[in-house]
Design a binder for this molecule. Structure first.
Ligand SMILES: [Zn+2]
Length: 90
């Protein structure tokens, strides 16, 4: 799957946000993803790497760091050219 193909799948607009199918059960105040997490644009139905994510949790304040093992590197390859630094907020 090429990056160009993936970009055609990604709809929505605005900032990239961290998304994942599960969130850590113990984190109520500081929500954090559980397991692998991806990136999508606000309102998008698919992640940057082309996975359906319309019912996934969105972690508005979570920072995407590609060096974290659970971070989806396929998403990062797509998003990286659009951002010069990390995504999200510290
Ligand atoms: Zn991904």
């Amino acid at each position: 799957m090429t990056a160009g193909f993936v970009e055609r799948l990604v709809v929505g607009s605005g900032a990239w946000v961290v998304t994942a199918p599960y969130r850590q059960p113990r984190s109520i105040d500081a929500l954090a993803p559980w397991g692998d997490f991806h990136l999508k644009r606000q309102g998008a139905l698919w992640t940057a790497c082309g996975v359906p994510a319309n019912d996934w949790h969105v972690f508005w304040t979570h920072t995407f760091k590609p060096e974290i093992p659970e971070a989806c590197l396929e998403c990062w390859v797509v998003v990286k050219p659009a951002v010069s630094q990390g995504i999200g907020h510290e």
